[in-house]
Design a binder for this molecule. Structure first.
Ligand SMILES: Nc1ncnc2c1ncn2[C@@H]1O[C@H](COP(=O)(O)OP(=O)(O)OP(=O)(O)O)[C@@H](O)[C@H]1O
Length: 218
């Protein structure tokens, strides 16, 4: 397992000059499971996109181990999986195809990617709908397929944006268990959520308000 710490130092993001993230410092060791709570518009998604190197920083830096996370280039973004809000799945592909494509793109050989795709779908209770088009799935099934896609890449860092927002309690438990398993195998897991029940399953809960992260990491 790739075990590296995720570190953000003085990270700020601005959209059209308006700061959405202000001077965020985080040092997350392998195996961390962090929840970030905050109201709508507080900067939760921006935080995850910044940690993934997917938005330009106004200032500060992000690193995974000794590798700088500087942009969307896969080579400079080693094994960071983002499950975005809205899921980002291809509606005209099946759930399994969506997962498989991500697994291959992460560098897995086709046979291994196929195996991991089936396993990830199974972990999220989607084995019976794996061959269904995404656009034929419910919102909650799509949300779980998006997490399956992230899991199949065996990420060193898993960033999940409100991963339980569309789920009933049984599936929320399933998703939280999958996130916990990832942290137990040594991944850094960061989940944003407005769901207090989901948040309390994490090891630490931080709060974000107007782009400022508050609370203390152990
Ligand atoms: N692409 C963008 N261009 C301009 N402003 C943006 C952009 N994306 C986000 N913002 C602004 O940045 C701030 C933080 O947005 P962000 O999406 O990170 O919040 P959030 O906490 O994830 O919200 P929600 O819970 O509603 O998804 C908001 O004021 C939002 O309007």
């Amino acid at each position: 397992m790739d075990r590296r710490a995720l570190c953000a130092q003085g990270m700020s993001v601005a959209y059209d000059g308006v700061e959405a993230l202000r001077d965020v410092h985080l040092d997350l060791s392998p195996g961390s499971f962090l929840a970030v709570r905050g109201p709508s518009g507080s900067g939760k998604s921006t935080l995850l996109w910044a940690l993934a190197g997917l938005v330009p920083l106004r200032s500060g830096s992000v690193s995974l181990g000794d590798v700088a996370v500087t942009g969307p280039d896969q080579a400079s973004r080693p094994r960071i999986a983002l499950m975005p809000q809205g899921n980002g799945l291809v509606g005209t592909l099946t759930a399994r195809e969506n997962v498989y494509v991500a697994a291959v793109a992460s560098g897995l050989a086709p046979k291994e990617a196929d195996h991991r795709s089936g396993e990830a779908l199974h972990r999220l209770g989607l084995e019976d709908v794996g061959e269904h088009l995404i656009e034929e799935l419910s919102g909650g099934q799509q949300q779980r397929a998006a997490l399956a896609r992230a899991l199949a890449t065996n990420p060193a860092v898993l960033l999940a944006d409100e991963p339980t927002s569309e789920l009933d309690s049984a599936n929320r438990e399933r998703v939280i268990a999958a996130l916990r398993d990832e942290s137990d195998r040594g991944a850094v897991v960061v989940m944003t959520t407005n769901d207090p029940v989901a948040a309390e399953q994490a090891d630490v809960v931080l709060h974000i308000h107007e782009g400022e992260l508050t609370g203390t990491l152990p």
